[in-house]
Structures are given as C-alpha cells and as structure tokens.
Write a protein that binds this ligand. Structure first.
Ligand SMILES: [Zn+2]
Length: 71
C-alpha cells in the first residue's frame, strides 16, 4: 500500500468529492453539461470521474463525448 502523505490525502479528497458532482449546468448558456469520462490513477487507487464540458459553448468537446458513446 502506498504511503499516504498530506498531499496525496488532499488529492484523494478532491477525487472523491469530484465523483459526486453529477448535475451541473453551464454557467454561460445554462445547458446541462456533458461529462467526458476520465480515469485518475493515484496512490494505488483509480477514480472514474466526469470532466464537465458544455457542447454548446465548446463544440470541439462533442468529439470527446461521442467517443464515450461509441465505446
Ligand atoms: Zn454553455
């Protein structure tokens, strides 16, 4: 088991808290955000978190979201 430092504890807390954020709206246009799945590996553990993107304000992010749906 990896040794837990103050820094890694902070990161683990951040990852755990970001995991529960599921519903968020774009601050610019108010549309529901899409989530691009990202897996973080840290301290021997893995987190599947969604990176929030707005497909209306950031159309290029739609490509990342589509990859998720195909896969
Ligand atoms: Zn937007």
């Amino acid at each position: 088991m990896a040794q837990t430092t103050e820094l890694s504890r902070s990161i683990v807390e951040f990852l755990n808290s970001s995991e529960v954020v599921k519903t968020r709206r774009c601050p610019s246009c108010g549309a529901p955000m899409e989530y691009v799945p990202v897996t973080f590996h840290f301290a021997g553990e893995a987190w599947d978190v969604g990176l929030p993107v707005c497909i209306w304000c950031e159309p290029e992010s739609l490509e990342l979201v589509d990859h998720r749906r195909v896969a």
